[in-house]
Design a protein around this ligand. Structure first.
Ligand SMILES: Cc1cc2nc3c(=O)[nH]c(=O)nc-3n(C[C@H](O)[C@H](O)[C@H](O)COP(=O)(O)O)c2cc1C
Length: 197
């Protein structure tokens, strides 16, 4: 299913085609080479001081780790994300940085995640991020050491058959995508004055 961004200005095809579906095909497994490409894409994200403060715990093709990640998800997310062959927990590593707290961990994890999301599109798959999971459960289940913050869960797979999907998921996937107008977030001169693009 296509939900191409309605862009006012031209943007990269990958950005335009990315969206966050809820209907995934549980029978189409992920090739291990493609799993490599997803995390290779994440690896080549820029990061503050090249700290590369992203970490991932990955469950592939309904293995034990996949099952453990499903257990950490909110009920709403379990309903659809359980069908995704690849699930991950994304963690922000908080290193010592010249004796000062390193404040860019989450920022840089976000950059790595966007690389991963776009790589999924390039591979003919979709990825959907989730705040709806329990960081405490993830920390306990995977024995995550201090200094690493489970921040976001993610699901990756191939688009499924909308005719077989639950009505609410189908409705959500068919819903319109919306974005704020430029004058709400692109300013010039001083705060709140639109750049005028
Ligand atoms: C950090 C983050 C957390 C999110 N958490 C959830 C979630 O728990 N459940 C869900 O269904 N979607 C979740 N989303 C998906 C957003 O709702 C979605 O990206 C947003 O509505 C824009 O839609 P689009 O990705 O299709 O452009 C999350 C996205 C991000 C970036």
């Amino acid at each position: 299913m296509k939900k191409t961004a309605e862009a006012k200005y031209p943007i990269s095809d990958l950005i335009s085609r990315r969206w966050s579906p809820r209907i995934f095909d549980p029978d189409k497994l992920v090739d291990i080479e493609d799993v490599g490409s997803l995390f290779e894409a994440a690896r080549w994200a820029p990061s503050c001081g090249n700290e590369q403060s992203w970490r991932f715990i990955v469950g592939v093709n309904f293995d034990k780790t996949h099952e453990m990640i499903v257990d950490t998800l909110s009920d709403g997310n379990k309903k659809w994300a359980g069908n995704c062959p690849l699930l991950f927990i994304a963690l922000a590593n908080q290193p010592e940085h010249g004796g000062k707290p390193f404040v860019h961990s989450e920022h840089d994890l976000g950059l790595a995640l966007q690389n991963l999301l776009l790589q999924a599109i390039d591979l003919g798959m979709y990825a959907h991020l989730m705040a709806g999971f329990s960081p405490e459960k993830a920390r306990k289940a995977f024995e995550v050491p201090e200094g690493n913050r489970p921040l976001t869960a993610g699901a990756v797979g191939y688009y499924g058959d909308a005719n077989k999907a639950a009505v609410d998921l189908k409705q959500k996937d068919e819903g319109l995508r919306s974005r704020k107008a430029f004058d709400k977030f692109v300013f010039s001169g001083r705060w709140g004055i639109p750049l005028g693009i």
